[in-house]
Ligand binder design. Structure first.
Ligand code: 13P
Length: 249
């Protein structure tokens, strides 16, 4: 039985006060069995979040990392630094990184490899645009993004990934994929993983992201191949995020 992971992605939002509000709310919360919760916070809040969340079930993650280990790369943050301040997970290949910051498949692979090298769990994001969906290319795009990374990893490395299917047209739009639409893509992803190894396919956590909120989380998380959520807007309100975590039981 796979564990469910609910991960909040604050993007370029949040504050020290919000870190504190999450720490207080989650200190006394009883989560359903089989549910893990993580918050991907902006770089400046990582260290304090890791410390403040120690008495809570919350794990801390970053939203990106450099593909280099150290050196003269002004403004970049390495995997080693993320580990140093207590991050355990890192998003890689989020559609905003791909579309706004020019990260192509090669750049995504390099960041996954950097994360693995430093002992971080990469949460590899995959997803098609509306245009690609309407052209009937959803599966080929998503599987192409998956293969661009997984083909280059060895089996032990593949097993350390978490995947997140985030249809670009559902991110921040209020337009969620239906449970059937999401399940169909998750099932295709798991099918492709089985070509590497049935055990990999069976064990892989595949999260859904894109306008997930308390009102739709339950039916999405009830799908057989959806193993959690990657939550943007609704992860900025403690009560909304807690409600999603509770609905994962
Ligand atoms: P929203 O939940 O705001 O649609 O964002 C999803 C997302 O991009 C999480 O990484």
């Amino acid at each position: 039985m796979r564990t469910l992971l609910i991960a909040g992605n604050w993007k370029m939002n949040g504050s020290l006060a919000l870190v504190d509000a999450f720490a207080r709310a989650f200190a006394s919360v009883k989560l359903p069995a089989r549910v893990e919760v993580a918050l991907m916070v902006p770089f400046p809040y990582l260290g304090v979040a890791a410390e403040t969340f120690q008495e809570t079930p919350l794990t801390v993650g970053a939203q990106t990392l450099s593909d280099r280990s150290s050196g003269a790369f002004t403004g970049e943050v390495s995997g080693a630094m993320l580990v140093d301040v207590g991050a355990r997970l890192v998003l890689v290949g989020h559609s905003e990184r791909r579309s706004l910051f020019g990260e192509d498949d090669a750049a995504v692979l390099a960041r996954v490899q950097a994360a693995l090298e430093h002992g971080l769990r990469p949460v590899l994001c995959l997803g098609e645009t509306l245009e690609e969906r309407e052209a009937g290319r959803t599966e080929s795009v998503v599987i192409g993004q998956l293969a661009a990374v997984c083909d280059a990893l060895d089996p032990a490395e593949r097993a350390r990934l978490v995947l997140a299917y985030e249809p670009v047209w559902a991110i921040g739009t209020g337009r969620t994929a239906s449970p059937e639409q999401a399940q169909a893509v998750h099932s295709a992803i798991r099918g492709r993983l089985a070509a590497y190894s049935p055990a990999l396919a069976e064990g892989m956590q595949i999260l859904y992201g894109g306008s997930m909120k308390a009102a739709n989380a339950g039916e999405l998380l009830a799908q057989p191949d959806i193993d959690g959520g990657l939550v943007g807007g609704a992860a900025l309100q403690v009560d909304d995020f807690l409600a999603i975590c509770q609905s994962a039981g």
